[in-house]
Write a protein that binds this ligand. Sequence first.
Ligand SMILES: CC(C)(COP(=O)(O)OP(=O)(O)OC[C@H]1O[C@@H](n2cnc3c(N)ncnc32)[C@H](O)[C@@H]1OP(=O)(O)O)[C@@H](O)C(=O)NCCC(=O)NCCS
Length: 141
Amino acid sequence: MNNIRLATKKDIKKIFELLNHDRNLSVDGKTGEYEKEDVEEFVGVKINKTFVYEEHNKILGVLITQFWKTYIYLHLIIVDKNYQGKGIGEKLISYMENIAKKRRIKAIESITGKKNKKMKSLLKKMNYKRGKAFIPFRKEL
Ligand SMILES: CC(C)(COP(=O)(O)OP(=O)(O)OC[C@H]1O[C@@H](n2cnc3c(N)ncnc32)[C@H](O)[C@@H]1OP(=O)(O)O)[C@@H](O)C(=O)NCCC(=O)NCCS
């Protein structure tokens, strides 16, 4: 059974809730940083592709990406805390990679927290190589 599909506008509320339940998803390590407007763009703007993993009408995982011509930026991935460690993250990334290969996209890039053991381990397991150079910056306006 294929549980993964592209997100639609109907998913925005559920995705919004999922994104705001984990502090790993912010530069400052705070929860609740995502705005509804951002989620609307993750789903509605063409360059973005947002995938959801769903079981019994419940969204358990979300993968937000940007598909450029030659590479993909993996913006973020999140799996519901109660369903982590069951292979959902890996399935979401494999799904995106299969689409990428069909489109002859050459690379996928992502940035994650230094201390984010789960994400680092997931990426390593899936053969992503570590980069050397980026530091996050943020300015409150
Ligand atoms: C990172 C995350 C998406 C992984 O999703 P998941 O569905 O739990 O991962 P999977 O079950 O597919 O596991 C795949 C691999 O991830 C790593 N992993 C998953 N859970 C882990 C844990 N608790 N500790 C260490 N590594 C872990 C392992 O390498 C695992 O492979 P293995 O099962 O052979 O050991 C999930 O932990 C999450 O949502 N974290 C919070 C949000 C976040 O930090 N997102 C990344 C920032 S962009």
